[in-house]
Design a protein around this ligand. Structure first.
Ligand SMILES: Nc1nc2c(c(=O)[nH]1)N[C@H]1C(S)=C(S)[C@@H](COP(=O)(O)OP(=O)(O)OC[C@H]3O[C@@H](n4cnc5c(N)ncnc54)[C@H](O)[C@@H]3O)O[C@H]1N2
Ligand code: MOO
Length: 418
């Protein structure tokens, strides 16, 4: 049986980054940039006012209180380039600063001495000191033309979209979302939640969980089916998955030692190359990884719910990261809240609670109910705690590796536990 690192290396050897494509910026939300994005414009595109008030020319020295100036013009947001030769200009927030002016005094800091018939200010007196350059937002102060604003590997979300929009970037190069198919196997599985369970049946919980996690991980689910414990039915579903364009096929169940654990043999029958079957981990030991004749990747995840979740998180997600052009993840290092008795020389993946101790410092707690059939603690966990196969039982306070529930779901403290 191989260890986790060896298994991961075998996966990484078989996976290559997906070819980049160009798409409109708004369609890139949820996708990963394939190339750096550089700005073709300055942001802001022109010097402008940060306040409603009056633009002045004061040079490099502060202007003392009590200065009196004639108002020579007015400038609102959207007004074109203007040239100021003398005095003050009434100016609105976001308005282009007239050439020749270099500071803005807010309207609250002036006294209007004279107004015209339309109530426009004609002459003002300053009631506060004006500092050089105050309340002016300079051209390119946020982003300069040519600056690299987003790095390859960045996931496009609303803030990135805001920046692309602000700079007039219409198209970006992205990695497509990997296409994933999910086959849940087992004649005991019931998908319809309204159906009463017959004797021996259970509800299919892996299907909805993994489908959501696949999407959370940045992939596209192109097919999801439940198949009975029948190799021919399974292979027919596999063909449908490939016809749907799946680049990665996941199955749950039927990879262990039982009479109906048909997945490994069925894959061999169609000429798949099995890279490994069984890894020194808990839970999820009977995990299988293969390449299909068409080059697609196949992950046979064990059927126990937590085992399938661990398989997705620690084997499939690293493969998705390679497809997306992302570097491997790194763990958070957090002290363990209480000692944990690690009874086997396996790599453990534990349902964890990231919490604050009485000093407000982070600690990771192994939740009760670690067996791989226990689903209830999955809904309590806010992280995974990982103990390497080589490590002995960790004491309280020992530093351990902590991972988010998904590679794009960082560990979150939903509520403070003490
Ligand atoms: N003699 C041995 N028996 C088992 C071994 C072993 O080494 N020797 N390994 C155990 C381990 S570890 C695991 S994990 C499981 C893996 O079994 P399979 O992948 O073959 O999965 P199944 O037998 O089909 O199912 C296991 C378990 O999970 C339930 N299940 C399956 N699919 C779903 C689903 N979609 N939703 C909810 N629950 C599901 C299924 O009913 C079983 O209870 O094998 C051990 N046995
Ligand atoms: O390790 Mo299996 O994954 O016990 O449930």
């Amino acid at each position: 049986m191989i260890g986790f690192d060896e298994a991961l290396a075998l996966i990484q050897r078989e996976v290559a980054v997906l070819p980049a494509r160009t798409c409109a910026a708004p369609d890139a939300v949820g996708l990963v940039l394939a190339s750096d994005v550089c700005s073709g414009e300055d942001l802001p595109p022109f010097d402008n006012s940060a306040m409603d008030g009056f633009a002045l020319r004061i040079g490099s020295e502060p202007l003392a209180v009590g200065a009196e100036l004639d108002v020579a013009g007015a400038q609102a947001a959207g007004d074109t380039h203007a040239i100021a030769t003398s005095g003050a200009w009434e100016i609105m927030t976001g308005a282009r600063l007239p050439d020749g002016l270099d500071a803005v005094i807010p309207v609250e800091q002036v006294e209007v001495l004279v107004r015209d018939g339309a109530d426009r200010p004609l002459r003002i007196r300053t009631t506060a000191v004006v500092e050089p350059g105050q309340h002016v937002r300079l051209r390119g102060e946020d982003v300069r033309t040519g600056a690299c604003i987003l790095k390859a590997g960045t996931r496009i979300e609303a803030p990135q979209l805001m920046l692309l929009a602000a700079l007039g970037v219409a198209q970006v190069r992205v990695r497509p979302a990997p296409r994933v198919a999910l086959l849940t196997t087992g004649r005991e599985l019931v998908d319809d939640p309204t159906r009463t369970l017959a004797s021996g049946e259970i509800r299919n919980s892996n299907g909805p969980y993994l489908a959501q996690r696949v999407r959370d991980a940045g992939a596209q689910l192109v097919l999801r089916e439940t198949v009975s414990d029948d190799a021919d039915a399974f292979l027919a579903a596999l063909q449908r998955a490939l016809a749907a364009g799946a680049e990665v096929v996941l199955s749950t169940g039927a990879v262990s030692m039982g009479r109906y654990d048909f997945v490994p043999d069925a894959l061999r029958r169609i000429g798949a190359c099995l890279h490994f079957h069984k890894v020194r981990i808990r839970p999820g030991k009977p995990l299988l990884f293969a390449s299909l004749p068409g080059g697609q990747l196949y992950f046979g995840l064990p059927g126990n719910p937590v085992s399938s979740a661990v398989g997705l998180r620690f084997f499939v997600e690293p493969a998705l990261r390679v497809l997306l052009g992302l570097a491997p993840e790194r763990a958070l290092r957090v002290p363990l809240a209480a000692a944990f008795n690690k009874r086997a020389a396996l790599r453990f993946h534990l349902k964890g609670g990231l919490e604050l101790d009485q000093h407000g410092q982070l600690q990771a707690r192994v939740l009760p109910g670690q067996e791989s059939f226990r689903i209830a603690p999955m809904a309590q966990a806010n992280c995974w705690i990982v103990l390497p196969d080589t490590a002995a039982s960790p004491a309280a306070g020992a530093m351990v590796d902590v991972y988010g529930l998904g590679h794009w779901l960082p560990p979150q403290l939903d509520e403070v536990m003490t």
